[in-house]
Design a protein around this ligand. Sequence first.
Ligand code: ADP
Ligand code: GN1
Ligand code: MG
Length: 375
Amino acid sequence: MNKAISSELVAEVVQAYLGSARVESCKSNQVGHINDTLEICVSPNQTGYQHFIFQRINQEVFTKPLELMENIVGVTRFLRQKIREKGGDPDRESLNVVPTLAGQDYYLDSQGEFWRVYLFIEDSLCLQQAETSEDLYQSGLVFGNFQNLLATYPAESLHETIPHFHDTWKRLNDFKQVLAQDPLGRAKTCQAEIDFVLEHAEIARYMKEILGQQVLPLRVTHNDTKLNNILFDQKTRQAICVIDLDTIMPGLAINDYGDTIRFGASSALEDEQDLSLVQVSLWLFSAYTKGFLEGSAGQLSQAEIDHLPFGAKAMTYECGMRFLTDYLEGDRYFRIARPSHNLDRARTQFKLVADMEAKDAQMREIVGKFADQYA
Ligand code: ADP
Ligand code: GN1
Ligand code: MG
């Protein structure tokens, strides 16, 4: 559970980065489920910048913050160079880690918590849901391109920030363990969801097979590609920057593709309580698939393309299972805003999995069509 952040603590952290600059505004951003994010504006100061994202790293989730920051600094430096070579604007198209006055990439506060600071990307939008299919097409382009830009990044230099992150089989076993203990006696309130997880164990088994037999290449992947981990340009409405780089690790391209489908191609929000509103929009699915394959610019193998619909189903199943596990455990991992929040989230994911099963043939047809065009 995240601890409150006092104004004294904000002052201490701002001092470490910006010396005597005065805090003009400080707003908490509750969009992410993991870290504590503050949008801070300060008075003019010697850095020339006044608007920042200050993030307190969730150390229960990221137990090795120094390794985490090493990944982010390495990847953003690499991305900035690539963006520059292509004539882009690295201040807008990549996250920028701001060092402390002492020259460090993180700050360890007086309470033993780690912070990092990014330049705020101005005139940008963070969407919780696509408003038009163009939004998802844009997000496909930006994630496909991200994959491309990182194609030559030295994967062996990356630390595994959360081991077994998309090991769906392990997630299933973790779920079963928590279920067996049922520490809060909540299992009786979600029997239908528990049954759904167990009846769909084949998805986890097949992911295990794919990982074990190395059917698909390991690439440098983002691993948390939901729509709100991208920023859009407010004026042009183009997707400009991939953010939330905490889980960049070697992984599968189908998972990056699949996680955006899970979140972005749904007709409703991730925590919608009226399940009749929740389904996979084939319109959005199609727009994202087009963007992703176009943005990937022929990098994907035929086996990867063939597994894209499976990636969508697996990421949705896995995420639902993670929400349900957290609900059973007492909401220790994902930030919640109401008592059954994680259960509501799990329910939308399982509704989507069932809908993906019903729409499997159409999803395959759409992938095939764009693969012929762009692969
Ligand atoms: P979490 O890991 O908790 O999801 P994120 O890194 O995704 O944290 O950040 C949470 C939110 O903060 C984002 O969804 C976005 O709204 C905002 N944000 C993060 N970085 C920036 C940035 N550099 N410029 C503008 N907004 C940002
Ligand atoms: C978390 O940090 P955020 O909110 O962008 C989670 C993802 C889940 C997602 C579900 C490090 O993402 O894995 O898919 O919530 N991030 C981590 O919305 O666990
Ligand atoms: Mg995020």
